[in-house]
Design a protein around this ligand. Structure first.
Ligand code: GLY
Length: 369
């Protein structure tokens, strides 16, 4: 088992620990009780996770914390779900001496973190991610929030967890589509920070897809180290943290335009291809990487097709409201080379001419890459 310390503000101390291993879920609740003695625990999970053995494994023989089960899927990541959970917590007479536990994927973690941030002006949250996307990305770094009917994460706040527990054996029950799509966040980390890791992911893909625990532990540690280093530098995304949004400008746009029919990872894969097309148009290195990425996404069975209902105008409309936008025009994170993000005038997110962006969207829609 490995422990990574993230030195950013967290509840009641200056850092929090991410514990990574395989098969230790049954001991997590007693660890949480040691970490947060006297706190009344409230568990948030979703209808998919509640059916798995992880739910029972987490609870074990320990006293059952109070819990709520939300409907699975990004569509329940909205302010209505937050209201329902908060009112349930009030009905259960939970006070400011409670702590929230998030057991599940990115949606559960984002909702639970947001609930914890605003419930009676803030209670601690513990993240126990059970999907590839949440273990690689969303459970670490304190971003929480829910979507509005217009865009993703429109309601949001930074809420650092008190601790994160990553048990990679929980990935064994994840359906193949979700498992594979979540690996795109690992690919993203390798692209922005570590070329050797990019090669490792290609070489070990078979074992990773067979869900060998040793490999899953290795990539969980890698992802957390890469992400923690960025987040420690820039916890509130003033500049450098934007590199974690590689592939997310167009990615988020196609994800919300698809009404969340595209999984987050699949949308980010499309966004990574979009970023690569822009990189090539700007004369940056990328042609060879594009071929490698197409092969890699192919092996993950990730379709790079944008649904026919999504138009260029719709994508342009959404990206103009992207959180990195300046004067209603988005900024893009781009690679100088594999493992290194382009930094221009000290900035990691760069505005690109409208013509280049429009041409890139045309190429994506026509699948001419
Ligand atoms: N998922 C990107 C970030 O945490 O900044």
């Amino acid at each position: 088992m490995q422990k990574i310390n993230v030195k950013i503000p967290a509840y009641s101390k200056g850092s929090y620990t991410i514990t990574i291993g395989a098969g230790f879920l049954p001991s997590v609740l007693s660890n949480i009780k040691k970490l947060l003695p006297k706190k009344e625990l409230f568990l948030i999970t979703d209808s998919n996770v509640a059916k798995t053995k992880h739910f029972k494994n987490l609870l074990g023989k320990e006293h059952l914390p109070r819990y709520v089960i939300t409907p699975a899927g990004e569509k329940s990541k909205n302010i209505g779900t937050v209201t329902k959970i908060i009112e349930e917590m009030e009905r259960k007479s939970l006070g400011r001496d409670c702590a929230v536990i998030a057991l599940g994927g990115g949606t559960v973690g984002d909702i639970a973190g947001f609930v914890a941030a605003i419930y009676k002006r803030g209670v601690p949250v513990i993240q126990i991610p059970t999907t590839t996307v949440a273990q690689a990305d969303s459970a670490i770094g304190g971003k929480t929030g829910v979507d509005s009917s217009i865009s993703k994460n429109a309601f949001g706040i930074f809420k650092n967890p008190a601790a994160v527990f990553i048990d990679v054996s929980t990935l064994k029950t994840l359906d193949e589509k979700q498992f594979n799509a979540g690996l795109v966040e690992s690919i993203k980390h390798s692209l922005i920070a570590d070329e050797k890791y990019f090669v490792y992911l290609q070489k070990n893909l078979k074992g990773i897809l067979e869900r060998k625990c040793k490999l899953l532990e290795y990539i969980a540690v890698k992802n957390c180290k890469i992400k923690a280093a960025v987040v420690e530098d820039d916890p509130y995304e003033k500049n450098k943290r934007r590199i974690l949004n590689y592939g997310h400008t167009i990615g988020h746009a196609v994800e919300s335009a698809s009404n969340y029919k595209l999984l987050h990872g699949q949308a980010v894969a499309i966004g990574i291809i979009a970023a690569n097309i822009i990189e090539q148009k700007l004369g940056l290195d990328g042609k060879e990487r594009l071929e490698t990425l197409k092969k890699l996404f192919g092996k993950l069975n990730i379709s790079l097709k944008i649904p026919k209902t999504i138009t260029k105008r719709r994508i342009l409309d959404i990206i103009s409201r992207d959180k990195k936008a300046l004067r209603k025009w988005p900024r893009f994170v781009l690679l100088q080379k594999t493992g290194k993000v382009l930094c221009k005038n000290g900035q990691f997110a760069i505005q690109i001419e409208r013509e280049i962006v429009e041409e890139t969207i045309d190429i994506l829609l026509k699948q001419k890459f």
